[in-house]
Design a protein around this ligand. Structure first.
Ligand code: 13P
Ligand code: ZN
Length: 272
C-alpha cells in the first residue's frame, strides 16, 4: 500500500460536496455506468513540501503538462461509477500531484490500496482546462463532465448544431439560463471521447464559455466550487427538458420573447 497525505478539514468538505454531486448525477440519470468525471484543483489545500515525495506511488501520462508541475488535483477514477464515488470517494478517485517531469504524477491520496484506480480517461480535457484556468488566473477550480440526457439529445438535432440557435432556444426555455449562464453555452463538435483532440477543442470553447456541450456525448462545466458547476448543468438541462416536454406532448413551446428576456437581464437572482 502506498503512502497517503493527511486531509485537512477544508479538503474534507470539498470531497464531501463532490460525493454529494456524484450522488445527484447518478440519481438524475446523467452518470450511467462509469459516465462522468470530476476534477478539482486542490493545490492550496496540499502542503507545498511533502516529505519523501518520491516514496508516493508515481505513474506516467501519455502527454506532458508543463506549467502544471507541483499542482495537485482531486480527480475521479477511470471506469469508476459516480454512485460508488458518492459512497467511497477514496476508492473511486485520487489526489495526484504533477511531478517535476510533467508527464508523471504522484498519487498523494486515494486510488485504492492496490493503486488500481487511474485518473479519468478524460484526463487530457481536465488537465488542459486547469492549465488554461491557471494561466488566466481564473477563480474556477472545478470541472464536471456528465451525460445529461436532454442536452445530449439536443446535440443530435441538426438545427441546434448552430451555437446561436442552441443558445437562443435554451435561453427562451428557462429565464435562469440568461442570468446564470451569462456567457452562453459552447458547442464542441464530436471528437473521440478521451482524446487530446477533444481536450483541445474544449479548451478553445472554455475560453468563451463556462459550460460546453460535447456533441452527441455530454456536457462539461467549470465552477468556483462543485455545486456551482453542477448548478450550471442543471439549469441548462432544465431548459432542454422543458423544450422536449412540450414537443413530446405534441406542442410547440412559445418560449420567452425577446422583450421578456430583456427584462430578465435587469433582475437580480440570488441563490443565497
Ligand atoms: P471515465 O470513467 O474514464 O471517467 O470516463 C467516463 C466518461 O464519461 C468519458 O467521457
Ligand atoms: Zn463522457
Amino acid at each position: 500500500m502506498g503512502k497517503s497525505i493527511a486531509i485537512s478539514q477544508d479538503l474534507e468538505n470539498i470531497i464531501t460536496n463532490i460525493a454529494e454531486v456524484a450522488r445527484i448525477l447518478w440519481k438524475l440519470g446523467w452518470a450511467e455506468s462509469n459516465a462522468g468525471n470530476i476534477s478539482v484543483n486542490v493545490t492550496e489545500h496540499i502542503p507545498e513540501d511533502i516529505k519523501e515525495l518520491n516514496k508516493f506511488p508515481s505513474k506516467e501520462i501519455d502527454k506532458s503538462y508543463p506549467g502544471l508541475s507541483g499542482f495537485s488535483f482531486f480527480i475521479t477514477g477511470a471506469g469508476t461509477r459516480m454512485r460508488d464515488l458518492a459512497k467511497e470517494p477514496s476508492g473511486n478517485a485520487c489526489i495526484l500531484r504533477l511531478a517535476e517531469k510533467s508527464n508523471r504524477y504522484h498519487i498523494l491520496w486515494g486510488g485504492r490500496s492496490d493503486l488500481s484506480v487511474e485518473p479519468t480517461s478524460e484526463i487530457h480535457s481536465h488537465l488542459s482546462i486547469h492549465r488554461f484556468l491557471l494561466q488566466k488566473k481564473a477563480p474556477q477550480k472545478v470541472i464536471i463532465h456528465a451525460h445529461p440526457e436532454e442536452l445530449i439529445a439536443l446535440t443530435h438535432v441538426h438545427e441546434y448544431k448552430q451555437e446561436s440557435k442552441l443558445n437562443r432556444l435554451l435561453r427562451s426555455m428557462n429565464p435562469a439560463v440568461k442570468i446564470i449562464i451569462q456567457k452562453g453555452v459552447g458547442l464542441v463538435p464530436y471528437r473521440v471521447p478521451g482524446s487530446d483532440e477533444l481536450a483541445q477543442a474544449t479548451v478553445k470553447a472554455i475560453e468563451k464559455h463556462d459550460v460546453v456541450l460535447w456533441e452527441k456525448h455530454g456536457c462539461l462545466a467549470i465552477g468556483t466550487d462543485v455545486l456551482e458547476a453542477f448548478d450550471r448543468v442543471d439549469i441548462l438541462n432544465k431548459a432542454a427538458r422543458i423544450f422536449f416536454m412540450c414537443k413530446n406532448a405534441g406542442l410547440d413551446p412559445e418560449g420567452l420573447s425577446a422583450a421578456q428576456l430583456d427584462k430578465v437581464e435587469r433582475l437580480s437572482w440570488s441563490k443565497k
